[in-house]
Design a protein around this ligand. Structure first.
Ligand SMILES: [Fe+2]
Length: 182
């Protein structure tokens, strides 16, 4: 039995506040993709879905004076993975998440991109971190348009509830502890 599920995380006011900036649609879609990829690769499905849901909560003000996202300026100055990892960890601990899981998830958020690092992460990521990168890339659109796709809160809760049930089903079938990687 999981201590915290995706709907718990999504409903928290901190999540809602930051996902308004980076896009509920992108977060939910990335969580769905991460679940599918994690199933495929034998990666921990709960950690993967949670990290993907929260991977962009570190985004901060990137809109220019016209209310549009200045993609180039944002790319140059972005540290959303660092801020996201810290926010996600604080949030998960507040919600009562297991501390080991909270660390795994927040480090996966920290390393889901190397855009802010002076080196490439290629070949250096754990399987969980790779899943988050792949799930994020799968939903990415040019010029960051994936952040603007809309999804109603009620639809997001419905989708995350379905995903929670799928995760519970998989975890309940898991009899050998620590089979999953990451
Ligand atoms: Fe993303």
């Amino acid at each position: 039995m999981r201590k915290v599920n995706l709907v718990d995380i999504f409903k928290h006011h901190i999540t809602r506040k930051y996902l308004r900036r980076s896009g509920v649609h992108h977060a939910v879609t990335a969580a769905q993709y991460a679940f599918e990829i994690a199933v495929d690769k034998g990666v921990h499905v709960d950690h993967a879905a949670k990290a993907a849901l929260l991977h962009d909560i570190g985004h901060y003000e990137w809109y220019n004076n016209e209310g549009e996202w200045d993609y180039d300026e944002y790319r140059q100055n972005d540290i959303h993975a660092i801020k996201g990892a810290e926010r996600a960890h604080k949030l998960l601990i507040r919600l009562g998440e297991d501390r080991v899981a909270a660390k795994e998830i927040s480090v996966a958020i920290l390393l889901h991109t190397d855009s802010y690092l002076p080196f490439s992460l290629e070949g250096k990521q754990t399987p969980l971190q790779e899943v988050i990168t792949q799930a994020d890339n799968k939903d990415e659109q040019p010029k960051g348009l994936h952040h603007y796709k809309q999804m109603e809160v009620s639809e997001a809760i419905q989708e995350l509830h379905k995903l929670d049930q799928q995760i519970d089903t998989i975890l309940s079938k898991e009899t050998v502890p620590n089979k999953f990687i990451g």
